[in-house]
Design a binder for this molecule. Structure first.
Ligand code: HBI
Ligand code: FE
Length: 287
């Protein structure tokens, strides 16, 4: 995830932030946001965790047009003390972690073009703001994100960013959560993707496995296609408790000597909620 992320573009501050420049979005940019928003708002009914919809509501994100960070931040700050700051795209790991550790979420300010509506590699404002920001209005999830940032700064000192990044990937980006009504989505990579919103929850192909911190940190992930395994947390409280009560330093030392797991493995200790057929990934391989 470090493509071109190491040279600070001219105009960016030391912490890589730039002005959002909200006045510079075109009518077409706003229309793209609205189209994506409406499509996902429909798709997510009955699929996303209720706290996400509550966040959209608290932050009044259902208003038309690309959100103006100044207005958004007034509401977000009041809810949980978080802020959104604009960045040019991917930023270096340490910069990224430092923002999170200070309750600032770095968001891309550009929006995808209509041709890119279904897939793009760099996080744009729709992924970052629609995908990530609603749950930052939830106090427990907000604390988890800050704890992750702090953990990232420590992991950097221990040479363990790659291991910790898997935790982010399988929770913040591609996490599922068990609720009384059944499995629900909460990962930003899923909720900002129309196709993966359905795939992650309903397709028979991927595995759905119970959250296991140590196991996740040994598990590779895919950046090029739908995940082959999703990990399911019991609650945000449990996620926060498990990660803040773990001493990561000895864990990293342990893991450094152990092999990684493949994206489609099922292991003896796994809590298997659904064993996937992996038909989707196998079909793709043959193409
Ligand atoms: N930068 N803007 C941005 N967004 C991210 O999600 C991001 C990043 N830089 C680094 C990064 N993610 C990951 O490599 C870390 O979670 C490890
Ligand atoms: Fe993201």
């Amino acid at each position: 995830m470090e493509k071109d992320a190491d040279t600070r573009p001219p105009g960016a501050a030391d912490d890589w932030t730039i002005p959002q420049g909200w006045d510079r979005y075109s009518a077409a940019d706003h229309a793209t946001w609205d189209r994506l928003f409406d499509r996902q708002a429909q798709m997510l009914q009955g699929r996303v965790v209720p706290q996400f919809l509550a966040g959209l509501d608290i932050l009044r994100m259902d208003r038309p047009g690309i959100p103006d960070f100044a207005a958004l931040n007034g509401r977000l700050m009041a809810a949980t003390g978080w802020q959104v700051v604009a960045v040019p795209g991917l930023v270096p790991d340490r910069i990224f972690f430092d923002h999170l550790a200070h309750r600032r979420f770095p968001a891309g300010r550009f929006i995808r073009t209509p041709e890119q509506e279904d897939y793009l590699q760099e996080p744009d404002i729709f992924h970052d703001v629609f995908g990530h920001v609603p749950l930052l209005a939830n106090p427990v999830f907000a604390d988890y994100m800050q704890a992750y940032g702090r953990g990232g700064l420590r992991a950097d000192g221990l040479g363990a960013i790659a291991k910790l990044a898997r935790l982010y990937w399988y929770t913040v980006e591609f996490g599922l959560i068990a609720t009384d009504e059944g499995l629900r989505l909460y990962g930003a990579g899923i909720v900002s993707s129309n196709a993966e919103s359905r795939f992650a929850l309903e397709d028979p192909s991927p595995h759905r496995l119970g959250f296991d911190l140590r196991r996740i940190m040994r598990t590779r992930y895919r950046i090029d296609d739908f995940q082959q395994s999703y990990f399911v947390i019991d609650s945000f409280e449990d996620l926060l408790a498990q990660t803040t009560q773990t001493d990561f330093a000895p864990l990293y030392a342990d893991l450094a000597a152990l092999p990684d797991y493949d994206t489609d493995s099922i292991l003896p200790g796994d809590r298997v909620l659904m064993c996937g057929t992996q038909a989707y990934a196998r079909h793709k391989e043959k193409e």
